[in-house]
Design a protein around this ligand. Sequence first.
Ligand code: DAH
Length: 339
Amino acid sequence: MKQQLDAIRETAEKELENIKTTADLDSFKVKFLGKKGELTNILKQMGKLSPEERPKMGQLANEVRAFLENKVDEQTKKIKDIERNLKLASETIDVTMPGKTAPLGHKHPLSIVLDEVKEIFMGMGFDIATGPEVEWDYYNFEALNIPADHPARDTQDTFYITEKMLLRTQTSPVQIRVMEKQKPPIRILAPGRVYRSDAVDATHSPLFHQIEGLVVDKNITMADLKGNLEQFAKRLYGEDTKIRLRPHHFPFTEPSCEMDVSCFRCGGKGCSFCKGEGWVEILGGGMVHPKVLKNGGIDPEEYSGYAFGVGLERLVLFRFNIDDMRLLYDNDMRFLSQF
Ligand code: DAH
């Protein structure tokens, strides 16, 4: 039996040296030290020994067991170290490698210019107002002094939903909605989508954007309109920009005007862009018509106001020197990623 024990100890020791993984170590433990392992098998034969031999063999067997358990512990530590180093090596991060750049989105040119315009007017104390795109005929036309038979209706090719409901053709109805809810002083900017049944070409689209402005207070005059809009033009197109007001007609303002700015390409000398004029038109405006103030629930004897309406697309085309409005709606990344 002593020989058997010595033999186990010898083979076990050799096998152990070659073990390189935790899994192999586990099967080794089962094979030699487990309940059905080789050592236990030998101990089961103890009964056949004489009473004198038994304690000696018992001691020897325990020594072998202790020896092997010790060795297993040592090997376990070694393997753990090796496995840990392997794991660390495979997880090494080279912090000097360049990072992966996430593709950043771009602001749409319409948003860039709208944000600038908002910024300019908010700096002058304007609040942002909104109104519905599906609008009543009353707000879009009637209350703005454009009755049913008014020729101005023909110039705005309207998408009607019912006889009384339509897609707003202008942001001007927001004027009435704001006046109905708010007492003067009023100072609002109302940007939004508007709709007209126009065929698509380089300068027309059935959906486009306007920005409406409305100021109502005591003693508001044309000088306020001129001063504020001059500031706006200079902030948007540069300090050297000049403005001029030309008489015009809108049903909801009296007097009415159109505002030109000095041509941003030639600075006013006259070029192909401004058709030799030196000026380009950018907005319409005027003093709010007394009837319109009344329709908004404001007493025209006590208050006066000015209003204006700008086409956002026009501002964008001028600003970025783009000659076709369709580019703004095509969502072509080759175009959009330039901004
Ligand atoms: N609503 C007009 C249009 O769509 C633009 C406009 C002109 C708005 C004069 C105004 C204004 O508020 O005073 O053509």
